[in-house]
Design a binder for this molecule. Sequence first.
Ligand SMILES: [Fe+2]
Length: 344
Amino acid sequence: MKVLSWIAAPLWPLLIVSGQKSFRANPFLGSVALNRLGLHVARVQIAERMAAARRARLAPRIDARLRAQYEREGFIAIENFLPAEEFAALRRDLEEAPLASWERREGATVTRRGSLDLLDIEGRPVLQRLMASPAIPDLLRYAAGCGGEPLIHLQTVLAEGDTRRPDPQNTLHMDTFHSTAKAWLYLQDVGIEDGPLMYVPGSHRLTPARLEWERELSACAARHDDPEIAAGSFRIADETLADLGYPPARALAVPANTLVVANTHGFHARKASARPTARSEIYGSLRRNPFLPVTGLHLHSLPGLKGHLSTRQAQIDAALARYLGLKGPWVAVPPKRLSDPASI
Ligand SMILES: [Fe+2]
């Protein structure tokens, strides 16, 4: 890995205008002197302005009330997202028929992804209707402030409820330095003890205090003890939120069939639970180069990739493991139904 990193050295300065976020992987982005001078903060501010311009172009596809909720909170929550019979049929399908699946472990939590690629949902009309609808992709594009093709699959989070083995998702954090979006259409009720999403309302907006906090952290990030911070995903303590003028995080305990779409540049976490929990959702994510002036031209929209993203990602992971020895965190497991236990 070290050798590969040095081979890429001539690219380091060019990657300023990419989505690269790791302070440790790119010594240029991790430079103490440059970040004291404002390199990181400049990337944050320019990315923010460009996202706002793209978001304005995407706005006509989004209902005005939902846009207002997004502007205020940084997330959109829609109860009864699917008609009741459609939601029941979706649940039934996923309970009865297995999907091609992968699992990864972080601490005491196993996350499972089930493919909703075109070939994997053939003959399953409720899944085909869901994936053909532009509703979730449009909201993801709006919250992310970019166009393109989101990755959408079934996600099941199986938390063993062991607080001695922490999961990095349980700490309030921002995913990266710019607007990105994630979506969860919950398949069960999510109570306060079921590992709900925590979100700090309004933290998708930059403030002078937030920028100053990011400037200070960026200067020491490359050598930070916390590997997630060194990798560009800043963590924040509850007491620091108040210093930055943000309210406390809110737990989004919601009924089944609620869609939540959030800008994950805002501070968020999955609430830790002291007891074992299983939570399933149709899960979407969208992240692109934040410095693109256009909303189109996404590699993932090309024929052969659109509708095949989960399969292609698994093929790329397998090739990286086989030819470069780079083993990713995801492990292929036998096809799984919604309520099946973890295999890893
Ligand atoms: Fe996150």
